[in-house]
Every structure is written in C-alpha cells, then in structure tokens.
Ligand binder design. Structure first.
Ligand code: ASP
Ligand code: MG
Length: 464
C-alpha cells in the first residue's frame, strides 16, 4: 500500500483536484495489478488548498491586533473559496454535507476569531485550532470528490489519527499512540477496499486538543502515516519535477536528481534545496520506506527517489545547494593563541543572541563562522569584542556540494574546489560525514562558481 501526499498546489482548485483524482485512480489500478502488492489503498494525505494556511495565520494576526472586522472579511473569502472548490464533488448528495461542514467550520472559527479580537491575544493553542482548519476542510473535500468519482474514500479526522505531544505549533508525534489510532481509524477502511483520506499538518494531543506539526508539516504527516501503517512507498506530489542538481535561478540547465540517499537529501536541505525537508521524512527513513517526489502537473516525469542507500552510479556528485545573503564573521582571539575556553565563550555569545551559525572554520588563532540572520550582529560583535577582534563581511554565499562519491573517491574534493578556478574561497569545510564539501565565496561570484562546477560535474549527465 502506498501513501500519496498532495501539497497545497496539488489541491489548489478544481482542476488540481481533477488531476489528483486521475492520479489516485491510476495508482489504484496499478496496485491492483502489482505483483506482490496487497491491492490496498492508497492512503491519501493532503495539505490545505494553496495559500490557505498563510491566510488563516493572517486572520489570527488580525484578531491579535484587535481587527475583528478584517479577520471576519478574510474568513468570508476563504469560506467562498472552499465552497467553490467543492464543486468538484460531482454528486450533490456527497457535496451538500461537505458544504455544510465548511459552513459549520467557518461559523465556528468566526466566533472564535471575534472573541480573540476582543481579547487581542491569540495563544499558540488557538493558533493551531485556526491553522488546522485548512487541512480539516481540504481533506473532506478530497474524500468526497474521490468517492463521487467512483473511488470509494473514507475521510479520516487527523485529530483522531495523529497523536502528538502538547507542543503547540510544533508538536511531535507519539508513534505508539498514533499507530494504535491509525489502526483504529485508517486500517478498517483500507481493509474494506476504501481510500483513507486525511489532512496533513494536523494532530491532537493525548487530551484531544488540536495541534499542528509546524509549517510544511504535511510531508511529515505522510511519513508518519506511512511508517505507522507500513507503507511500501510514500509519494510526495508537488509542482516541480523533483530535486534539482542546482538552483535554476542561478544555473541555466539544472537536471532532476533521479535517486539520492537520505543522507544526501539531508545535506542538501540544510542549504536551501526547498523541495522537501528530510527531517520530515525521518519516520520513513527509520522504516526503510522509499520516498518519491513527483510532479502532479507532469506525472510522466520520473521524479526523485529517496532511499536509505543509493546504488553507486556513474555520477560521483549528486547536487549543489547554495545560499545567498550570508555574513561571515571572523573572530580572532586577543589572547595569545586560542586560550582554553575561547570556543565556549564564543559560541555562548551566538547562543545568547539566538543567532544560528552555519559554517565554521578554525585556525590556530581565529574562528570564522557564517550566519544568515545579521539582525543581532552589532550586539554580538560588541559582546565578542570583550575577548576578541571581530571583522564582518556581508554579501557572501555558501556553496554545498553533496555526493556519496566524496566518501569513496579521495581526489574528488580537490577536483570540486579546483573546478571553480580563480574564484576566491573564503572558507572551506568538509564535515565528518565526508558526504559534502562546503565553501564560502563572495555572493557576486556565485553564478560563475556554480556555473563552472555544474558544467564540470553535471552538464554531461544524461537526462534521467
Ligand atoms: N498547510 C501547511 C503549511 O502551509 C502544511 C503543509 O502544507 O505542509 O504549512
Ligand atoms: Mg504547504
């Protein structure tokens, strides 16, 4: 049985919904014919209609600012949009109850929002209740739409099926409880030949209070459901062809990476490859379930497959990620050499000002770090100046070259660095995993450096 997760753009409007229905139908037929398949499923996990979570959080912000009227207007728009999209439910007998549910849900959050606007305060708990509405409704629309198109589905309320801790807006799943809940709510419809449909992103604490898993959490939901139900594959349907070998805004001819290992995906995600955050598929990794990124607009494209290991291929490198608008901070100890405790004091300062550090390199007397949020840098520099000389350099960029081949071929790292030619390298770092090599250059050199690197290692790759 497979899990198919559809992101916001894949449920954005009626035509997106129709594509979804066609994809689920194709998967159902394929599963029926698949050798060794159990003929079940798929299980469908959906995001909110695109943009809806942002809008709901906007409504919460208006309420927090005391603008009950503005919040109410936004909710009217959202209500209309959901009712319009439900036209995709072909059968009125199935559509009417969904439209009624949409109206009920919006009536209720309208009341909540008016109350919050009077209080001028929105707690994380209420924030979750509001934000969850997007997935609660999109999943009901999808379930009824599938059923009305001869694909018998069963709506599963994620607030019953995904059990989390009480950390609102960033809740963590409780796997044992969730497995039990999914066995109770999703397994019986599966066994009866139906398609369970549930909203991603949403769960509830053990006491039944609505929680969310954090922004972008629907991928996480799909992985949780897949892991708990023992899926054979998790498909993430989105609006791009997969993970690319480089940022298309910088490199003219990036290609889709056909297959990458979980470790490679994690390294890439850290610096920008936005398609999927590997932390969210960790539950799938733990159960060794393959994850496939696919394009709902171009289902014929092969997409990107992510598995725990990938077979060694002719491609030594997998992809390059990059990050602009980085600031390098050079910190030189004013004591002789690096006194004992220097590093601790130094990182304490970044910690105190809640500023994350990305790349770190050290020499005998100095440490260089990169940060991407320079807002607190003046205060940080002041604190560091008590025991060090500090220089900052803005408009820098990080390049992170990833490939399991870097572990196997010792000469590769030097070739990677050599490929950028005369572009000055400001910092260079290779982590213990030896699966990536990261360097920092001037932002203005980024197109040149990435272009050269890509030309040398990826351009000749046969398109997958
Ligand atoms: N709708 C949620 C968000 O926009 C979750 C998701 O789409 O993954 O963050
Ligand atoms: Mg989303």
């Amino acid at each position: 049985m497979k899990v198919m997760k559809f992101g916001g753009t894949s449920v954005a409007d009626q035509s997106a919904m129709e594509r979804l229905i066609a994809l689920v139908r194709a998967e159902r037929q394929a599963e029926a014919q698949r050798e060794g398949g159990d003929g079940r499923g798929p299980v469908v996990v959906v995001s909110a209609l695109s943009g809806v979570t942002d809008r709901l959080l906007g409504v919460a912000a208006l309420a927090g600012a005391g603008d009950g009227e503005g919040a109410h207007k936004s909710l009217l728009d959202l209500r209309e949009r959901h009712i319009t999209v439900s036209q995709v439910i072909a059968d009125a007998a199935l559509r009417d109850p969904v439209v009624a549910a949409i109206n009920r849900e919006f009536d209720e959050i309208d009341r909540i929002v008016r109350a919050l606007a009077v209080l001028r305060e929105v707690s994380p708990r209420w924030l979750d209740t509001l934000a969850a509405t997007g997935e609660i409704l999109s999943s009901q629309i999808v379930a009824a739409a599938l059923t009305s198109h001869q694909l018998p589905a069963a709506w599963v309320d994620a607030r019953r099926a995904i059990v989390t801790d009480g950390e609102h807006t960033a809740a963590a799943p409780l796997f044992q409880e969730t497995t039990t809940a999914l066995m109770t709510h999703a397994d019986p419809p599966l066994a009866a030949g139906r398609i369970p449909v549930l909203g991603g992103f949403v769960g509830a604490s053990t006491s039944g209070v609505t929680t969310t898993l954090g922004r972008g959490g629907s991928d996480f939901s799909a992985a949780i459901v897949g892991a708990c139900l023992g899926a054979s594959e998790i498909q993430i349907w989105t609006d791009v062809d997969g993970m690319l070998t480089a940022d298309p805004r910088i490199v003219p001819n990036p290609q889709v990476v056909p297959h990458l290992s979980f470790a490679e995906a994690s390294e890439l995600a850290y610096f920008g490859a936005k398609v999927l955050h590997p932390a969210t598929i960790q539950p799938a990794v733990a159960r060794n379930i393959p994850v496939r990124i696919l394009n709902s607009h171009r289902p014929q494209a092969k997409g990107t497959l992510i598995t725990v290991e990938r077979p060694p291929s002719e491609r030594p490198l997998t992809a390059v990620a990059s990050k602009k608008q980085v600031t390098v901070v050079d910190i030189t100890s004013t004591r002789m050499l690096m006194a004992h405790g220097f590093l601790r004091r130094l990182f304490d300062v970044f910690e105190r000002f809640k500023t994350a550090v990305d790349v770190v390199t050290t020499s005998e007397v100095s440490v260089s770090v990169t940060i991407d949020d320079p807002r607190r840098l003046p205060a940080i520099i002041e604190a560091l100046s008590e025991f060090a000389d500090v220089q900052r350099e803005d408009q820098m960029a990080i390049v992170c070259v990833v490939g399991d081949g870097l572990q196997r071929e010792p000469a590769l790292a030097a070739q990677v660095l050599g490929s950028v030619g005369d572009v000055p390298l400001r910092m260079v770092s290779q982590a213990a995993s030896r699966r990536n090599i990261t360097f920092v250059i001037r932002e203005s050199d980024l197109p040149l450096a990435l272009g050269r690197l890509h030309e040398r290692f990826f351009a000749s790759m046969s398109a997958a």
